[in-house]
Design a protein around this ligand. Sequence first.
Ligand SMILES: O=C(O)CCC(=O)C(=O)O
Ligand SMILES: [Fe+2]
Length: 200
Amino acid sequence: MDLFNNDLVSNILPYDGVVNYYGKVIAEKNISNYYNQLLKEISWNHDEAIIFGKLIITKRKVAWYGDEPFEYTYSKTTKRALPWNKVLLELKRLVEHKTGETYNSCLLNLYHSGDEGMAWHSDAEKDLKKLGSIGSLSFGAERKFSFKHKTTNQKVDLVLERGSLLEMKGKTQTHWLHRLPPTKKVKTPRINLTFRTIER
Ligand SMILES: O=C(O)CCC(=O)C(=O)O
Ligand SMILES: [Fe+2]
């Protein structure tokens, strides 16, 4: 059943990487339960970043979970992973089942409204598995998500539906940036989970 479904999932990038959009992978009746559970049971905190030497506190909230208390450094600040809880382990298994990959950590983002987004970046920190898979689950408000090629500037946009799974792998992070653009149209929160593999 899942193998059959996977055959229908195709790469949305034209070249230089693989991004598979699986659409909704969670039963409609369970999507809002997961959203509420994540809102309640995740240890959400405002993110800190150092940009041009200045400490910035983001409006969006983040959390970081993993197999071990991994330290994860990005935007020049270091975070330590919390141990998995039940809902995250359940979602990790679901993503692993769909993509056929394994993950040992998860970065979560809570965007309170369309005012909050994430600027152009690629996920290529030195501790992340090279060319590894990143599995991205979305809950709450539907938002546009964009890719931009680093040299050709070609753009690819899609809408990340509630309960959907997006997978980025191969050379995607080498050649493409991605972002969650802010939007005036969205007034409600969105939760995103990116399952990743940290290597030491
Ligand atoms: O919110 C999203 O959909 C993606 C977030 C993201 O790109 C990241 O956490 O690296
Ligand atoms: Fe990212």
